[in-house]
Design a protein around this ligand. Structure first.
Ligand SMILES: Cc1ncc(COP(=O)(O)O)c(C=O)c1O
Length: 376
């Protein structure tokens, strides 16, 4: 019998007072892997196209290494080795690397480090990933939003970003390729942005999707070239399809790394399964090619099928697509939800007329399109 956590609690609650130890033992025995509720809180049979995940799953090599890691998880993981591997991968010294519980951990501590003083601000793009500016606001800082404009084809505008910077700006947050619009700031523009920022501003370049799409030149070169004000973050969640292992990292001049390390990215931020999977994945070109092939196919499928339904699309960072449902966006998202198909309305990124569809496996994508044919 499959037991959800809630049902499980219900079945045990009555006897807790009389025999807690016995019941706990039973609990452990009952929750065999297949009995665990892996639904992530969604109803049985849901199609999850709302979570910005790469559904092809980690490479077999990564899975094997993660399993090995679990066997060895009585030990703390070797963060020194993982830093070394990442440093080698990117051709930087080890003191330029910080590893986190996903890149999110590293991103979230940047405001803690640089925006604790009163009346400081962060410059950020409105139609973009919000948790990092959210942190700045939590700390009492201001966020100076810069819009992506339809008349500029939703591309980044370096001059308008620079114009938003003032004497109180401490951070400029850039996601490229951007979530959710897919805008990419090419290397030359990133360099111009970085070169023209005053020294009191740190530039965060969130490259969560970079391995899917870039112009062939890596912003890490700017750090190698001596820029002390850039933090680049990368993640294993997207191209390597291991979001649940929580593995990501940042690269910056050691002065930034030292400051970040006071708040997070601690020696124990890396778990043993993630450590194994990261080590086995780095430089796995075959898997990277597979991941890229998957998103390419999914994108052409959605462009074709949504196009046939008269829906405009905007290619997001390669792992999802934005569908322009106009004023009906929320209604369509709700109608899909009623059929246990989940996508996300774009209001939270300032794009209320768009919904974000994360690519699923072929049958999941087909389920969505079939439902849309009925709803539209
Ligand atoms: C733009 C962007 N940055 C960072 C993250 C966080 O990724 P991680 O899983 O490495 O914490 C995400 C996750 O969706 C993202 O979309």
């Amino acid at each position: 019998m499959k037991l959800s956590r809630r049902k499980f609690m219900g079945t045990t609650a009555a006897g807790v007072a009389s025999a807690p130890l016995l019941l706990n033992t039973e609990a452990a025995a009952e929750l065999a892997p297949d009995d665990i509720d892996w639904s992530m809180g969604f109803p049985d049979g849901s199609t999850l196209l709302n979570r910005n995940e790469n559904p092809i799953g980690p490479s077999p090599k990564a899975v094997q290494a993660a399993k090995k890691g679990v066997e060895k998880s009585f030990r703390y993981a070797d963060r020194i080795l993982i830093r070394k591997l990442l440093a080698e991968e990117h051709g930087v010294p080890e003191d330029h690397v910080i590893v986190g519980v996903g890149s999110g951990e590293i991103l979230n501590i940047m405001p803690l480090v640089y925006m604790r003083e009163a009346n400081k601000n962060m410059v950020a793009v409105w139609e973009s990933y919000r948790p990092v500016p959210g942190r700045a606001t939590l700390l009492g800082g201001e966020v100076k939003w810069v819009n992506l404009l339809p008349e500029e084809d939703y591309q980044f505008n370096v001059d308008r970003l620079l114009a938003a910077v003032d004497a109180d700006t401490r951070l400029l947050f850039l996601v490229t390729p951007n979530n959710p619009t897919g805008a990419v700031m090419g290397y030359d523009d990133v360099k111009r942005l970085a070169d023209n920022l005053p020294d009191h501003v740190k530039l965060i370049i969130d490259g969560a999707y970079r391995d899917f799409q870039n112009d062939g030149r890596d912003e890490i070169e700017l750090i190698k070239g001596g820029n002390k004000n850039i933090l680049v973050t990368r993640t294993f969640s997207k191209i390597y399809a291991m979001a649940g292992l929580r593995a990501g990292y940042g690269i910056a001049h050691p002065d930034i790394i030292k400051e970040l390390s006071k708040f997070g990215g601690s020696p124990t931020s890396v778990n043993m399964a993630g450590f194994g999977a990261m080590a086995a994945s780095l430089g796995d070109d075959e898997f990277i090619a597979k991941s890229r092939g998957f998103v390419k196919n999914a994108r052409s499928y959605f462009e074709r099928e949504l196009g046939a339904l008269g829906i405009n699309t905007m290619a997001g960072p390669p792992i999802f697509i934005l569908a322009e449902f106009g004023e009906r966006t929320q209604e369509i998202v709700d109608a899909l939800k009623a059929r246990k198909i989940f996508i996300r309305a774009g209001g939270e990124w300032g794009m209320p007329n768009h919904a974000r569809i994360s690519y699923g496996l072929d049958h999941e994508n087909a389920t969505l399109i079939a439902a849309l044919k009925e709803i539209l």
